[in-house]
Design a protein around this ligand. Structure first.
Ligand SMILES: [Zn+2]
Length: 497
């Protein structure tokens, strides 16, 4: 089926987007939601299972207290009310990676509800209302073998690993988000990114989008400008980077507009997002009337957290994001624009960690928002998915501070580290990048440059110090960039002063 895509700005001239975001956060508890099985990632298939998470007849679940605690802390951090009585419910449907044929989730009695999260885009704050945050369990993982797409259609056979079945999840659901159309994609991205930082700060999840411990579903519909009638929505599932959240919103706006312009009607369905093309494709049809026959889980007692416990947990919350940002900005001496750029790039936590590893705030910002942002953009990944850690960035800055490499050579050290050539020291040694600190060699190079450029040398002798740049350039060229430019400048001025 060919789709007519309407350019984004044209689509936004005629339609307003309405969004809803659902984010699943995998908790980092040691054991599963309803049994004592380990949650360690990467174990051989089906080695972390028991009668409860395999749903063998007669097995009885028990709620993981730590997971409830994490859920409450997430709810409080999102400014939610915490339910005095919250219940689990069975969501009935069949899927082979879900051995019970129902998912233990929460329905009309979630643990947390009616909250909000403020996000910042281009210096404006947008309040995203959170309808609910509820507890549920993950499914197992199916691997479809033999087809070209990795999906079940066309596969020869499927393998199922139940290690993941029963891992605790928190699903955070927003109310409808209506912001100016040209901000919608950026607001969606900022929401997921701010939520990631918030939940990460609580220490309750690894919040790695690239590893699936945080994943977003993007609901989107369009309504004609001036209309109050909501359009039919699509639901793009399991988007796994900030960048992809933004692209999915933009693509769906263009796609919906194409359908509506042609007088068609948008199909209510789930969609898959494709990282390589930035497009979505049809998943399965879904109607609001999908009946999961929810009913209260009879094997689990309601969760009734005491108010004392809730208040105790409230005291464990980290500093609220806005207050923390203001404090960091003051500590770092960043301008409003510096801070906005840092947050907007999704680099806040990376900059924090780089500073903690020993660099100055300016240096940390320079690398993450400059060189590394460019690399991330080129390769189409989020900053934190680059194969480099804040500690390594700090090490490279350390090489500069020690005078072992200059800025230009440092960029080559970044190249080497990102290409998997080892630690910064190994890259410097392997590529022979260390600056020449041999004064004799430097002096000779300066003498040579002076001899080659007598006119320039005379200008400097006459007091035109600004002309030194030409000689420094000549020396750097002769040393193939491997010299400390500041030291070269000193030598030039000494010799001609
Ligand atoms: Zn188990």
């Amino acid at each position: 089926m060919t789709e007519t895509l309407v350019p984004l700005d044209e689509a936004l001239d005629r339609y307003d987007p309405v969004m809803g975001l659902e984010v699943h956060v995998e908790l980092n508890t040691a054991t599963k939601m309803f049994c004592g099985c380990s949650t360690t990632f990467g174990a051989p298939p089906n080695t972390q299972v028991c009668p409860v998470c395999l749903a063998l007849p007669g097995a009885l679940p028990v709620v993981n207290e730590k997971a409830v605690e994490s859920a409450i802390r997430i709810g409080l951090a999102l400014n939610c009310e915490i339910a005095e009585l919250s219940r689990f419910a069975r969501k009935n449907y069949f899927y082979p990676d879900m051995p019970k044929n129902f998912q233990t989730s929460q329905y009309d009695e979630p643990i947390a509800f009616d909250g909000y999260l403020d996000v910042e885009v281009d210096g404006e704050t947008y309040r995203i209302e959170v309808e609910r945050a509820h507890m549920e369990e993950d499914t197992g993982k199916a691997t479809h073998v033999g087809g070209s797409t990795g999906r079940i259609h066309g596969a020869d056979h499927s393998l199922i690993d139940y290690n993941r079945a029963g891992i605790p999840l928190i699903e955070i659901v927003t109310r409808t988000i209506e912001v100016p159309g040209d901000k919608a994609a950026a607001v969606a991205r900022a929401y997921v990114s701010t939520l990631r930082d918030l939940v990460g700060g609580l220490g309750v999840s690894d919040v790695r989008m690239d590893q699936g411990s945080l994943r977003a579903d993007v609901n989107l519909s369009l309504k004609p400008k001036g209309s109050d009638v909501l359009g039919t929505r699509s639901e793009t599932k399991n988007v796994n980077s900030f960048r992809s959240v933004e692209r999915a919103v933009k693509f769906e706006i263009s796609r919906h507009a194409g359908i509506l312009d042609a007088g068609g009607s948008v199909l209510q369905e789930t969609r898959h997002f494709h990282e390589d093309t930035g497009t979505t494709s049809s998943g399965r049809e879904k109607s609001d009337a999908d009946d999961y026959r929810y009913f209260p889980e009879p094997d689990l007692a309601p969760v009734a957290p005491s108010r004392e416990w809730v208040e105790e947990l409230r005291t464990t919350l980290p500093e609220p994001p806005a207050a923390r940002r203001a404090r960091l900005q003051a500590d770092w001496g960043f301008s409003d624009l510096d801070m906005r750029d840092t947050v907007g790039a999704g680099a806040l936590e990376l900059v924090v960690a780089t500073i903690e590893a020993g660099t100055t705030p300016q240096a940390a910002k320079k690398w993450w928002l400059g060189e590394l942002a460019r690399r991330a953009n080129e390769t189409g990944v989020d900053l934190d998915a680059l194969p480099i850690t804040p500690q390594v960035v700090a090490q490279i800055q350390g090489l500069i501070d020690a005078g072992r490499v200059n800025d230009k050579l440092a960029r080559q050290v970044f190249d080497g580290v990102l290409a998997g050539e080892g630690t910064p020291d190994e890259v410097v040694a392997g590529r022979g990048l260390e600056v020449v600190s041999d004064e004799g060699a430097l002096g000779a190079a300066v003498d040579q440059a002076i001899a080659d450029n007598p006119d320039v040398a005379q200008k400097i002798r006459d007091g035109k110090v600004a002309a030194a740049g030409a000689l420094i350039g000549a020396v750097m060229k002769q040393m193939r960039g491997q010299a400390d430019a500041a030291r070269v400048r000193e030598l030039v001025l000494e010799k001609l002063g």
